[in-house]
Design a protein around this ligand. Structure first.
Ligand SMILES: C[S@@+](CC[C@H](N)C(=O)[O-])C[C@H]1O[C@@H](n2cnc3c(N)ncnc32)[C@H](O)[C@@H]1O
Length: 238
C-alpha cells in the first residue's frame, strides 16, 4: 500500500510550494473549478447537501462550492497537517465544515467515516494511489454516496501512448509559460511537467478509470472535460 509518510506531501515545504503557486501551474485550474461549480448547480443545487472532499489540500474545492451554496455541510479529508491547517484558515467563516486528518489507506481499512454523502469530490489527489487502491477508493466512494448522489474527480490521467503523453506535457508547459507571462510571475514553474514524473504520481488511463466506475455500478459515467492530462470525470450512484 502507498505510504503517505514517504511521499513528498508529508513535507511541509512541498505542500507550501503547491498551495501558494498551484494557480500558476495547474493547467486551466480556474476552468476546472468553474466546471465543478456548473456541475453542482445543474445536478445538486436546491437542497441541503452533505459533501465529502477527498485529499482536500487547502480546501480550494469546498471553498468554491460554499461560495455558491452556503447551506452545504462539508467534510474534508487529507493526510497532511499542513494542508489541513491551510484549509481550516480558508474555511473559517463557515460553520458546517469538518476537517479530518486521515490517509485514503486508513479510510479504506478502517472506514473512519461511516456516513453517506450527496456529493463526493476530489481534485488532483486520487492519482497518488496505485490502480488497485484507486479502484478500492472508487468502491468506497460508491458505498458512501446516498442514492442519486454524485462523484466528480478532477485529476491527471495517463495518456494511452508515449507520443500523446509527450505532447500533453508540452501543452501543459506552454500553458504555464502563458500563465507566467500573464501574471508577470518572477518565479519559473516550467519544470513542473518534468517534475510531475515522479514516484508519488501514479496516474492511470482515463478509460480504465471510467470502466472501473461503470463496473462498480456508477451511472452517467463520463469524462466531463479534458485538456492534455488534466481531466474531470465522474458518475452518479443509482
Ligand atoms: C495536488 S494536492 C491537491 C489539493 C487540493 N485538492 C487541490 O486541488 O488543490 C494533493 C493532496 O492530496 C493529499 N494526499 C496525497 N496522498 C494522500 C493520501 N494517501 N491520503 C490522503 N491525502 C493524500 C496531499 O496531502 C495533498 O493535499
Amino acid at each position: 500500500m502507498t505510504d503517505f509518510s514517504e511521499t513528498n506531501w508529508a513535507k511541509a515545504d512541498f505542500s507550501k510550494e503547491y498551495a501558494e503557486n498551484a494557480d500558476i501551474f495547474i493547467l486551466e485550474r480556474r476552468r476546472l473549478l468553474e466546471i465543478l461549480k456548473s456541475f453542482y448547480r445543474n445536478f445538486l443545487a436546491g437542497r441541503k447537501n452533505n459533501i465529502l472532499d477527498l485529499g482536500c489540500g487547502d480546501g480550494v474545492l469546498t471553498r468554491e462550492l460554499l461560495g455558491i451554496d452556503g447551506s452545504i455541510s462539508a467534510t474534508l479529508v487529507d493526510a497532511s497537517d499542513d494542508m489541513l491547517r491551510r484549509a481550516k484558515e480558508r474555511l473559517k467563516a463557515y460553520e458546517e465544515v469538518r476537517l479530518i486528518k486521515t490517509g485514503f489507506q486508513e479510510l479504506l481499512e478502517k472506514d473512519a467515516l461511516p456516513e453517506s454523502f450527496d456529493f463526493i469530490v476530489s481534485s488532483l489527489a486520487i492519482h497518488h494511489l496505485d490502480k488497485g487502491e484507486k479502484n478500492s477508493l472508487f468502491e468506497y466512494i460508491y458505498s458512501h454516496l446516498n442514492p442519486g448522489g454524485y462523484f466528480l474527480n478532477i485529476d491527471v490521467v495517463l495518456s494511452p501512448s508515449e507520443g500523446l503523453e509527450e505532447w500533453y506535457l508540452l501543452l501543459w508547459k506552454e500553458w504555464i509559460v502563458e500563465r507566467q507571462e500573464a501574471l508577470n510571475s518572477r518565479e519559473d514553474f516550467t519544470d513542473v511537467p518534468d517534475r510531475y514524473k515522479n514516484k508519488d504520481n501514479k496516474p492511470d488511463i482515463l478509460e480504465d478509470q471510467l470502466s472501473a466506475l461503470k463496473s462498480i455500478g456508477f451511472k452517467e459515467v463520463d469524462c466531463f472535460y479534458k485538456y492534455g492530462i488534466f481531466s474531470v470525470y465522474g458518475g452518479r450512484r443509482k
